[in-house]
Design a protein around this ligand. Structure first.
Ligand SMILES: CSC[C@H]1O[C@H](OP(=O)(O)O)[C@H](O)[C@@H]1O
Length: 363
């Protein structure tokens, strides 16, 4: 069922729209493929439908994907029909495996599913019904924690910014990519809320256009001055001295700070280095994959060539042309000035400064 419910109140509060809502056992997600022209909310009650929503990018953005997967796992657990805890845990693992196969790069997906499974295992001494009830609350906790984490991240990040700051951002690392408030856009929101004079340049971010369709939409609703540019304009803008820093999100950060993010991020980092512009990554601790020593180990998703050859139904390229469509690239740590998290800002040798920040955080 589709419902058109304006979400002005959240936007007015400067927190941006919340892309997921859970009410009465139904997960409602805004269909991000149809923004900015249509604000359509879709209802989800089944884990397979949630997996498809992640795969087709109804919901996208590393933390938002993790939040959606947590509710998908809860839906799958709810429908398991057994009183045997061992059988339940085995079937629940299969539910999480299907959800994990939806997209490969954003580690938050796997972090959320592992958190749901380890939560279930830790309650293995309880009756199955009690485990199921507890899993619903764990999914809610993951969603509610996410906005709090992003607001803390925003406060740490905004302290890095001068009173007047012209920020270039890529893709959408906003409220739409999270449980609320955003990561890179959370830093921008926090700086604006602190009274700093913020101006944003948003890369359109081909081929899925998260920048022109989502970031521009979010920041316009917040009343934050934003200028949309094509991806190939970023270098010229920097050469004109019109960018004070770059702030982006992340989908997976290796232990040495190498960062996978939307395709085009690496190019921006090289350009920023050339022009002596600070390059910041904003991401929750849950986006750091300490099991990977460096970025070469991060799986990079390749998506449907049609995303490149078409805009909607409009064909842009000749039929049968070869297409390469990696959804992410990896920015080496040496090009990253600082990594902003909810626990503070990591700089310098990330191999040491990231674990220090992560100390004591449920990962
Ligand atoms: C707050 S992380 C958002 C992150 O996810 C985006 O990828 P996608 O839109 O394909 O899910 C992009 O890499 C953003 O930086």
């Amino acid at each position: 069922m589709q419902t058109n419910i304006p979400n002005r109140c959240a936007a007015a509060a400067g927190g941006g729209v919340k892309p997921l809502r859970y009410t009465g056992g139904v997960l409602q997600m805004i269909d991000q493929r149809r923004l900015p022209t249509e604000e359509v909310w879709l209802d989800y009650r089944d884990y397979r439908e949630v997996a498809e929503a992640i795969r087709t990018m109804v919901v996208r953005g590393a933390p938002a994907i993790g939040c959606a997967a947590a509710f998908g796992a809860w839906f799958g657990a709810r429908d398991i029909d057994t009183d045997s805890t061992a059988a339940f845990l085995e079937q629940f693992a299969a539910v999480c495996e299907l959800l994990a196969a939806s997209r490969p790069t954003a580690v938050n997906l796997f972090w959320a599913l592992e958190r749901m499974q380890s939560f279930a295992r830790s309650h293995a001494d309880r009756p199955v019904l009690q485990i199921k009830i507890a899993l619903e609350y764990e999914a809610l906790a993951i969603l509610e924690e996410d906005e709090r984490i992003n607001r803390a991240m925003g406060e740490h990040g905004q302290k890095l910014l001068p009173e007047r700051c012209r920020i270039l951002t890529h893709c959408n690392a906003g409220a739409l990519a999270t449980g609320g408030y955003g990561t890179a856009l959370g830093v921008i929101r926090a700086a604006a809320a602190a009274g700093k004079q913020i101006e944003v340049f948003a890369d359109e971010t081909r081929p899925f256009l998260q920048g022109s369709r989502l970031t521009a939409w979010e920041l316009q609703r917040d009343g934050i001055p934003t200028t949309l540019i094509c991806d190939n304009m970023a270098g010229y803008l920097m050469s004109q001295g019109r960018v004070d820093c770059v702030i982006v999100g992340a989908d997976r950060i290796a232990a040495n700070g190498d960062t996978a993010n939307k395709i085009g991020t690496y190019s921006l980092a090289v350009l920023a280095k050339e022009h002596g512009i600070p390059f910041y990554v904003a991401a929750p601790i849950s986006t750091i994959d300490f099991s990977l020593t460096d970025g070469r180990q991060i799986p990079i998703e390749e998506r449907d060539p049609r995303e490149v050859t078409h805009i909607g139904e409009q064909r842009l390229a000749p039929e049968d042309i070869a297409v390469y469509n990696p959804a992410f690239d990896v920015t080496p740590a040496r090009l990253i000035t600082a990594i902003i998290t909810e626990n503070g800002v990591a700089e310098g040798d990330f191999v040491h400064t990231l674990p220090e920040l992560a100390e004591g955080t449920k990962r």
